[in-house]
Design a protein around this ligand. Structure first.
Ligand code: NAD
Ligand code: GLY
Length: 366
């Protein structure tokens, strides 16, 4: 097992927390016991993950004398909304969960974001623990404390920064993950290489076949290196007042795609892949990277079996939806652009003509 600390203060503070990464650690409940104020927890999961992993976690907790309240949500991005959030509150209240009752998220990013937002707001905040079971959640969404839900007008528009007490990523849970979901998770792994870790990008290119084949050692290395990158960014800028925005490479376009096509039609990682190709095209048109760089980026996603052609929504629709992005400041759209492979920055100075032309050319040819 490997452990990374997310240090949220110069010296270890109560909010600093460990990320444990390993094979078969779902049942090692001793990893979470010290983070539980009481021996009773609520486990938020969904109809797909519950039959696979809920009993294993519950019985391991029982072995430690801890009772659990299961809360089983409908599965899917289209359920990441107020109604589903309310189902969590209904259960927490009905089962009389208290301020000391931790909320555990057992599932992918949708369960994690919903459960985290519930933990942040139930009784004004209860302890939160993450057991991510998708690659995307293990490399990204379970770390860093972004929680929330979608709104019909925009993705992840309502939420809170609320850090977990501990993250336990068991790589063997990825054995049951559908192929398409595994590929979607790889999109967020590639992101770290593109924005800040070029050596990792080379490693991903070299190990893509093993990653897709779920080679256990390669999966653990990908999760470990991704979490190290994410932890460093979150430690430097927990509330996204600066460099954390770089983690949104491709997301401004990607969120527009997810919203326009209907939440759940394209997976988040698929939209991020096609969105990153648009961000790369924009970076090239701003004379930051070369055509060779764009082709390299496109090829990595092709290797991963991810979409590289963004849907042709028309520039107006893209511009409208991107105008609702969380990065918009003073009414100006802001884009994460690549200065070179391995280095990114946020730009609010993209001329409207260049953006519109890129959207016309790069989505029309899709
Ligand atoms: P997801 O949570 O919808 O999970 C994907 C699918 O896999 C679901 O059907 C789920 O039930 C199923 N599943 C989960 N674990 C499984 C397993 N081990 N075996 C079999 N099936 C399993 O999707 P996701 O890709 O994990 O997360 C996407 C969400 O995460 C989006 O809503 C996105 O906005 C959010 N996100 C949040 C952050 C953050 O920092 N909070 C970062 C990135 C993405
Ligand atoms: N996934 C983007 C972030 O955590 O900031």
């Amino acid at each position: 097992m490997k452990t990374i600390m997310v240090d949220l203060a110069a010296t270890p503070s109560a909010r600093s927390y460990p990320i444990h990464i390993g094979s078969g650690i779902l049942g090692q409940t001793e990893l979470i016991l010290s983070h539980m104020p009481q021996k009773r927890v609520a486990i938020v999961t969904n109809t797909t993950v519950a039959p696979l992993y809920l009993e294993r976690l519950r019985s391991a907790l029982e072995d430690q004398g801890a009772a659990s309240v299961p809360i089983i949500l409908p599965d899917g991005e289209e359920h990441k909304n107020w109604q589903t959030l309310n189902l969590i509150f209904d259960s927490l209240l009905t089962k009389r969960c208290e301020r000391g009752t931790p909320v555990i998220a057992l599932g992918g990013g949708v369960v994690g974001d919903l459960a985290g937002f519930a933990a942040a707001t139930y009784l004004r905040g209860v302890p939160f623990i993450q057991f991510p079971t998708t690659l995307l959640a293990q490399v990204d969404s379970s770390v860093g404390g972004k929680t929330g839900i979608n709104h019909p007008l925009g993705k992840n528009m309502i939420g809170a920064f609320y850090q977990p007490r501990v993250v336990v990523a068991d790589s063997t849970t990825l054995e049951t993950l559908p192929e398409r979901e595994l590929r979607a998770g790889i999109a967020e792994v590639i992101k770290y290489g593109l924005i800040r870790d070029p050596a990792f990008l080379v490693w991903i290119e070299r190990n893509m076949i093993k990653l897709l084949a779920r080679d256990p050692e390669v999966l653990i290395e990908a999760i470990h290196r991704s979490c190290m990158n994410k932890a460093e960014v979150v430690e430097a800028d927990e509330h996204e007042s600066g460099m954390r925005a770089l983690l949104n490479l491709g997301h401004t376009f990607g969120h527009a795609i997810e919203n326009a096509l209907g939440y759940g039609t394209w997976l988040h990682g698929e939209a991020v892949a096609a969105g990153t190709v648009l961000a790369a095209e924009l970076s090239r048109r701003m004379d930051m990277i070369t055509q060779t760089d764009v082709e390299r980026i496109r090829n990595i996603y092709v290797q991963a079996g991810l979409p590289v052609a963004a849907p042709d929504l028309g520039p107006e629709k893209y511009l409208h939806l991107m105008g609702l992005d969380k990065k918009v400041a003073g009414g100006k759209m802001r884009f994460v652009l690549l200065h070179r492979i391995g280095e990114a920055a946020v730009h609010s100075d993209v001329p409207a003509g260049i953006l519109t032309e890129m959207l016309q050319e790069c989505t029309a040819n899709a």
